[in-house]
Design a protein around this ligand. Structure first.
Ligand code: PLP
Length: 489
């Protein structure tokens, strides 16, 4: 491909993206394809001779688009938002065009230094403590990781290193491998599955603790678990707390947890993958009460902060532990520049991801990011009002852009309604089991979502509920009425 062809292909792609965003509301949110549809449509072998980009773009329309779930449709209310915005798209493009990667500062100074500065901006936007900043006097700092999952793993590995060092320094009679096999970490049953997985990868026991009725992990539960494990001869070393659990966006009580971690010398890692963006708004910073005892903190600008993936921000109160934990024989030279990001992550090199973060922060401004959060939270509050006004339903938990509600009837009816809604493909909403109750889990995801889109989505839920209740007959309706009675309607 030569330069004129590249320019043509690239401008056609930009036009394509602009049209895609403009028409997102009209696209079906869920695809209508069967498993294996694409392997039937595509040739079994790669082409012998190169093809024209126009042919490929035709295939995008013919074969790819029909198989897409439209994550940016205003009727997409499943999972969590995935970041996308015009400045971030251009940032991705320039990152690919420049094509630089970095390990040490020498390998590409701008790649490293922009990340250092932008991560400090971001920490200040969220109101994180001074000690987390790269520019602080102390050993703290932050960098971009691939995902919340790797950040959790890196946090756990740092905690393992710190605990082993501590015990050795205290003159423990145990050998390192004997310490390792006794290590135990804690998280809640509501935390993301990646936390349990990180424990498996790190080869440590991970206890999944019960939460309070709000889905929050509390101090006394943690204290009990630590006491039992210590009595059994195990070595507690780490807690992974969630600020914004994946199911209900519940907040663990990091004030209570942090005090215990400080007393017991446990590493405290915070997973705020989705909800972290909300801390850009001062009115949500009360949730960070207790951050003074946090060792590492992570959130995903690639979820709610309009940055395309991957872009997961992670800070350490003290980078020394992760750097020591990840140091190899090849890396024992005196560094020319700190922090040394390559010793704080799992991959060897890093891409120029700071570029898209820089673009988003500069083009939206802090004010634009705050407006985005408040607008989406208000849309979620609006949905909550609609649910509250319907006597058949009850809101169970609602936090930030997430609203979890239930039908006042057996789970089997909720199941039937959700199946029907999914089959109709007008909106995408997911079930969530919370404290053994089946809930509708509704998330305001797309940055394109308007109030009238919420009306349409609610209308779909409401009318399909009526349809299912009609089909399932009087017996269930009576049941619903009786339960509504108990709600005082
Ligand atoms: C989405 C989510 C994750 C996983 O994020 P990745 O960046 O895909 O690893 C982890 N924790 C929480 C709380 C999440 O919501």
């Amino acid at each position: 491909m030569n330069i004129p062809e590249f320019k043509e292909f690239a401008s056609a792609s930009i036009d394509y993206i602009a049209d895609y965003c403009e028409n997102i509301r009209q696209l079906p949110v869920l695809p209508d394809v069967e498993p294996g549809y694409l392997s039937k449509a595509l040739p079994k072998r790669a082409p012998e001779k190169g093809e024209s980009w126009k042919t490929i773009m035709e295939d995008i329309n013919k074969s790819i688009v029909p198989g897409l779930t439209q994550w940016h449709s205003p009727f997409f209310h499943a999972f969590f938002p995935t970041g996308q915005s015009y400045p971030a798209i251009v940032g991705e493009l320039l990152m690919a065009g420049i094509g630089a990667v970095a390990t040490k500062w020498e390998s590409s100074p701008a790649v490293v230094e922009l990340e250092v500065r932008v991560m400090d901006w971001l920490a200040k936007i969220l109101g994180l403590p001074e000690e987390f900043l790269n520019c602080s006097e102390g050993p703290g700092g932050g960098l971009i990781q691939n995902a919340a999952s790797d950040s959790t793993l890196v946090g756990i590995l740092s905690g393992i290193y710190k605990k082993i060092q501590q015990l050795i320094d205290e003159g423990s009679p145990l050998l390192e491998w004997q310490i390792r096999e006794k290590l135990v970490a804690y998280t809640s049953k509501e935390s993301n599955s990646s936390v349990e997985k990180s424990g498996m990868i790190a080869s440590v026991k991970m206890r999944l603790l019960s939460t309070d009725p709000e889905g929050s992990l509390r101090g006394p539960t943690l204290e009990d678990a630590i006491r039992n494990d210590k009595a059994a001869g195990l070595i507690p070393f780490c807690v992974v707390a969630s600020l914004g659990t994946t199911g209900t966006c519940s907040m663990d009580n990091i004030k209570e947890i942090g005090q215990i971690c400080s007393k017991e010398k446990l590493w405290l890692h915070i997973d705020a993958a989705y909800a972290g963006t909300a801390f850009a708004c001062p009115e949500y910073r009360y949730i960070l009460n207790g951050i003074e005892n946090v060792d590492s903190f992570n959130f995903n600008p690639h979820k709610w902060m309009l940055v395309n993936g991957d872009c997961s921000a992670m800070w350490f109160r003290n980078c020394r532990y992760v750097e020591e934990a990840f140091k190899t024989k090849a890396t024992l030279k005196v560094p020319k520049y700190q922090p040394e990001f390559e010793h704080m992550q799992i991959p060897d090199v890093r891409r120029f991801r700071a570029l898209k973060l820089w673009f988003v922060i500069r083009i939206y401004g802090v004010d634009g990011i705050q407006k985005h959060v408040r607008r989406q939270v208000n849309l979620a509050k609006y949905l909550k009002e609609l649910v509250d006004a319907d006597p058949r339903f009850e809101v169970v938990i609602s936090n930030l852009g997430v609203v979890c509600f239930r039908l006042l009837a057996e789970d089997s009816i909720t199941q039937a309604i959700l199946e029907r809604i999914t089959k109709r493909k007008n909106i995408y909403i997911m079930p969530y089991y919370f404290k053994s109750q089946l809930l509708f889990r509704f998330v305001v995801c797309s940055r394109f979502t308007l109030r009238e889109d919420i009306d349409k989505s609610w209308n779909e839920i409401s009318t399909q509920t009526s349809e299912v209740l009609k089909i399932l007959g009087k017996k269930y309706c009576r049941n619903v009425e009786r339960m509504c009675g108990s709600k005082g309607m």
